[in-house]
Design a protein around this ligand. Structure first.
Ligand code: MN
Length: 733
């Protein structure tokens, strides 16, 4: 193929001019020169390189810079970085060169971009560790991730030139990581494009199928939209609105998802499009004008009361503002109508790119950008629900072999998947592991054995009185924690044994019994203990009575008169020791009468809950849930009075549990909820109360269930009731 160098040079320059045109309005003094310099450095560095399509490589960085300027609305710093984004990784230019030419800030961003590419683009599949790097780099400067997003968008747009295996890898990563990210950042147009392109290369058949069907049905749809719009057009004009009204097709990807998730055929999807009304109105009249339009539309078409969404009064967390309603259109078809202003529409489609249009001075524009970047960073850093939701978006739980967990200060630890709070404690420090009594994960108290998930933030609770226990070995999966626990146990046994030996020796002396191996072994047999070590243990814990030794002496003198019963003292400590059995664990559920214990009313534990026993002064042992509001205090102040407890598989008894249901006030919802409960086997309601306020309903139900499995089965069924939004278990009524 003949390459016309001169024509290419012209094309490069013309693309560069286009870029300048796109960002001209936002450039301050010296910015244009800096961008020019970056352009020249990039052209020079990439001059021998070509893309897979055969085009000069420099087309790519220019296109990425164009996306940054035009579609994301970033400023000169980002444009410079976008032009240079592949230089350090792919050419002879070094980071030092960039620093010398453009300063520290820009070299830092380029460094971040190079690192991200290093991990994401060059590995076969993204692992948690790579993602961690993405996250960490991102918090240094958010521009890194925005430029990376622009880079990915351009690569997706030109994916046809890649080999098939690369196409699949890049496209699935895009659906998995980049489109949720774009969504989170409020870049809806980019998100939709990434999704559609992602689908095109991962499931071409489905993509083409939907695309073809959309094309086939287009004339019909257009006719319908025309019919729907016509009368509204007239009225809105009469009312003096300056507006646009049009039908907006749903993206192929969202239709694909609907077909897949709801199992409906293409032909039965009624919302293949939405009607959008965009009004041009001053900022201070936005809200009232949008509602005026709503009123006009619903005078004409009957609205579905359940499907009104007001994101004008309360914008979504990514900044989305709009008023949505669904109305009954011609031919008995439901039609979604979106009402918004020009400003809201721009923001929804372009995210930040639209902001500066509404600001006057360059300084104000720059402030807005900084504010937006700051907001993203805060979102990434804050431990609140939004941030968790953000991490959810990345579907972290799908990363199978590794998880990462944050300390309260935000440091990150990488652990194998399946790791528990106790593993995490040992990972921080041996001492913290050894004294661990529990943890707070995402501010909620959890037991040592709690299995951590990626993105969890965990704080370890310790107590100076805590020591490693035998059953801890069952709670950990990391080799480090296992060996530390084993060492500590060995050490403990040795120490306690030695101490116990001394105690026992004194007791023997007092009883005028020789401290010989023979006597020690005989006492073991007499007390039916497996070994002298166990005897020393008991002695150390104060569980070998002088009375027992005296009886042993009597028995020795007259072996026929068989041993006495064990001490009858109904001391709780004693009972606990017996009930604990070999695993040092209080087993509850069977033999209930034997042991004086009851279920604490403050958290209503039911079988299946993680529980612990607490030895009270005069009410026996109380069983609490580990996430009981009182648990932190009990566990931290009275660790020595805490008894580990677990349930047997007892299913005959019912326990009281409470749930709170929230949702939208659908017709007949109370009836439907109670129906589900009464249809469930062996569940009885003790009390039920409902409140509704402004279409939002809240119900509290106290029920008798067998165990957590039973309860979660019920909750699963209740979730299916139309209108039910969330169900949480509550501690107290
Ligand atoms: Mn690139």
């Amino acid at each position: 193929m003949q390459i016309d160098i001169e024509a290419e040079r012209k094309e490069i320059l013309s693309r560069y001019k286009n870029l300048i045109k796109a960002c001209k309005r936002r450039l301050g003094e010296g910015d244009k020169e800096m961008i020019r310099k970056a352009f020249e450095v990039a052209v020079e560095s990439h001059k021998e390189m070509r893309r897979k399509s055969g085009e000069p490589y420099i087309y790519h960085p220019i296109a990425v810079a164009q996306i940054c300027a035009e579609e994301i609305g970033l400023g000169p710093t980002a444009i410079v970085c976008a032009l240079l984004h592949d230089t350090v990784e792919d050419t002879d230019l070094t980071l030092e060169d960039v620093k010398g030419l453009f300063g520290v800030k820009i070299s830092q961003i380029i460094d971040g971009l190079t690192k991200i590419s290093g991990v994401i683009d060059n590995t076969a599949s993204i692992q948690a560790e790579n993602f961690r790097k993405v996250l960490l780099t991102m918090s240094e400067d958010v521009r890194v991730i925005l430029i990376k997003l622009a880079d990915r968008l351009h690569n997706m747009r030109t994916l046809e030139h890649m080999k098939r295996d690369k196409q699949v890898k890049i496209a699935s990563e895009t659906l998995y990581l980049y489109s949720p990210l774009a969504h989170r950042l409020g870049l809806n147009t980019i998100k939709s494009e990434l999704e559609d392109l992602g689908l095109k290369y991962t499931d071409e058949e489905a993509y083409n199928d939907i695309a073809n069907k959309l094309k086939e049905t287009e004339p019909e749809r257009k006719k319908f939209i025309q019919k729907f719009i016509e009368p509204l057009n007239e009225i809105l004009q009469e009312q003096g609105f300056n507006f646009k009204i049009y039908g907006r097709p749903k993206s192929i990807y969202s239709i694909y998802n609907k077909i897949k998730n709801k199992a409906v055929p293409f032909e039965e999807i009624y919302d293949l499009f939405a009607i959008r009304i965009v009004i041009d109105t001053p900022y201070d009249q936005e809200k009232s004008d949008c509602w005026k339009v709503y009123s006009i539309i619903t005078d004409f078409y009957h609205p579905s009361p359940e499907r009104l969404r007001d994101w004008i009064s309360t914008p979504k967390s990514n900044g989305y503002e709009s008023l949505h309603t669904t109305v009954m259109g011609p031919e008995g078809k439901w039609v979604e109508v979106q009402i918004r202003t020009v400003r809201m529409d721009d923001l929804a489609e372009k995210g930040y790119a639209a902001h500066w249009k509404y600001k006057e001075s360059a300084a104000e524009k720059e402030n807005q950008l900084e504010g937006w970047l700051k907001k993203i960073r805060e979102m990434l850093e804050s431990p609140d629900a939004n941030a968790l939701e953000f991490i959810d978006d990345f579907k972290l739980n799908l990363f199978s072999d590794e998880i990462f967990v944050f300390t309260p200060k935000g440091d990150m630890k990488t652990l194998p998947s399946g790791a528990t709070a106790l593993d995490f404690a040992f990972d921080i420090h041996t001492k913290i592991g050894e004294q661990c009594i529990g943890a707070k994960v995402n501010h909620k108290l959890v037991p040592l054995s709690y299995e951590l998930k990626s993105g969890d933030q965990a704080e370890i609770l310790t107590s100076g009185k805590q020591t490693p226990k035998e059953d801890w070995l069952g709670y950990v999966i990391t080799a480090r924690a296992k060996s530390k626990i084993k060492n500590a146990l060995k050490e403990q046994r040795k120490k306690i044994g030695e101490k116990g030996k001394e105690v026992l020796e004194k007791k023997f002396y007092k009883a005028k019994l020789d401290f010989t191996l023979q006597n020690v072994n005989d006492l073991c047999n007499f007390l039916k203990l497996p070994s002298s070590l166990e005897l020393f243990y008991r002695a150390a814990l104060g569980n070998v009575d002088t009375k027992e030794i005296k009886e042993f002496i009597k028995y020795k003198e007259n072996p026929k008169k068989r041993a006495p019963k064990k001490s009858d003292a109904q001391k709780i400590e004693q009972l606990v020791t017996n009930a604990r059995g070999s695993s040092n664990m209080l087993v509850i559920g069977d033999d209930m009468q034997k042991l004086d214990y009851n279920l604490s009313p403050c958290c209503n534990p039911i079988p299946g809950d993680d529980v612990f026993g607490f030895v009270t002064v005069d009410e026996g042992i109380k069983i609490h849930r580990v996430n009981c509001p009182n648990a932190v205090k009990l566990l931290s102040n009275y660790a020595y009075r805490v008894v580990k407890a677990k349930w047997t598989n007892e299913h005959l008894i019912s326990f009281l549990a409470g749930i709170k249901i929230t949702g939208t006030d659908e017709l007949g919802i109370v009836n439907n909820i109670t129906k589900v409960i009464s249809n469930e086997n062996h569940i009885n309601m003790r009390s039920i109360s409902f409140d509704t306020d402004d279409g939002i309903f809240e119900g509290t139900i106290m029920i008798f269930v067998h165990d957590t499995k039973h309860l979660s089965h019920l909750i699963d069924n209740l979730k299916k009731v139309k209108g039910v939004n969330a169900i949480v278990r509550i501690d107290e009524k």
